[in-house]
Write a protein that binds this ligand. Structure first.
Ligand code: ADP
Ligand code: TYD
Length: 204
C-alpha cells in the first residue's frame, strides 16, 4: 500500500481549477483511492468563517497574510494531517503557494516573512504534488468575465494578476520536485489528460 498523498491545485483566478475538480475525483475513484476534497482559505468551520471575511472585507495586506496562515494552521491540524494518517488522500483547492503568489507577489509582502509563517505553521510539511494551472492573465480574465459575482481578489487589476502569475512560476521553478506546471490555455479535455497521467502515476 502506497502512502496517502497530499495534492494541491494552484493558479490565478479563472485558470480553470474548479472545472477540473470533478475530473480529478473521477481519476481517484477509478483507482479506488479514498480521498478528501478541501479548500483554502477554508476547509474547517473556523477556516470557512475566515474565508468569508477574507473574500469580502477590505483589510491590510499583513492582516490578510496572517489570516490565510491562521486558516491553514487549523486546516492542517484538524483536516489534512488526520486524513493522511488514516490513509486518505487529500486534494486541496489552494494551499501555501497561493500565499506566496497573492500576498507575496500580488500584495508585496516580503517573501522571507511568508517563509517564517510557512515554517511556523507547516514545520516542513509540504504537498507531494502541486498542479499549477498556468494561463496568460488576459485569457483568465476573459473566462472570469462570464461569472456574475466576483470576490475581492477577482476584482483586482490585470497588473496584480501578472505579479501573482509570475510569483507562482518562480515558486514552481524553485520547487521542481513537487510542481507540475500545466498549460491551462489548452482545452478542458487536454488539461484533463495531463492531470490523469500525473495523478495515475502516484496511484497504487
Ligand atoms: P478557477 O476555479 O481556476 O477560478 P474555473 O474552473 O471556475 O476557474 O473556470 C473559469 C471559467 O473558465 C469557467 O466559466 C469555465 O467553464 C471556463 N474554463 C475552465 N477551463 C477552461 C478551458 N480549459 N478552456 C476554456 N474555458 C475554460
Ligand atoms: P478560490 O477558492 O480558488 O476562489 P475561486 O474558486 O473563486 O477561484 O480562492 C479564493 C481566493 O483566495 C483566490 O482569489 C486566491 C485567494 N488566496 C490568497 O490570496 N492567498 C491564499 O493563501 C489562498 C489560499 C487563497
Amino acid at each position: 500500500m502506497r502512502k496517502a498523498r497530499f495534492i494541491t491545485l494552484e493558479g490565478i483566478d479563472g485558470a480553470g481549477k474548479s472545472t477540473q475538480m470533478p475530473k480529478i475525483e473521477a481519476v481517484l475513484k477509478s483507482h479506488g483511492v479514498e480521498y478528501v476534497m478541501t479548500r483554502e482559505p477554508g476547509g474547517t468551520p473556523v477556516g470557512e468563517k475566515l474565508r468569508e471575511i477574507l473574500l469580502h472585507q477590505a483589510m491590510e495586506p499583513e492582516t490578510e497574510a496572517l489570516m490565510m496562515f491562521a486558516s491553514r494552521a487549523e486546516h492542517i491540524a484538524t483536516v489534512i494531517k488526520p486524513a493522511l494518517e488514516k490513509g486518505k488522500w487529500v486534494i486541496s483547492d489552494r494551499f501555501t503557494d497561493a500565499s506566496f503568489a497573492y500576498q507575496g507577489g500580488g500584495r508585496g509582502i516580503p517573501f522571507d516573512r511568508l517563509e517564517n509563517l510557512e515554517q511556523w505553521v507547516q514545520k516542513g510539511f509540504q504537498p507531494d504534488l502541486t498542479l499549477l494551472f498556468d494561463v496568460p492573465v488576459e485569457i483568465a480574465r476573459k473566462r472570469l468575465s462570464k461569472n456574475e459575482s466576483l470576490d475581492r481578489f477577482e476584482h483586482e487589476r490585470e497588473a496584480f494578476f501578472e505579479r501573482v502569475r509570475k510569483a507562482y512560476l518562480d515558486r514552481a521553478s524553485r520547487h521542481p520536485e513537487r510542481f507540475l506546471v500545466m498549460d491551462s490555455s489548452l482545452s478542458i479535455e487536454a488539461i484533463h489528460a495531463g492531470i490523469e497521467q500525473a495523478i495515475s502515476s502516484l496511484c497504487p
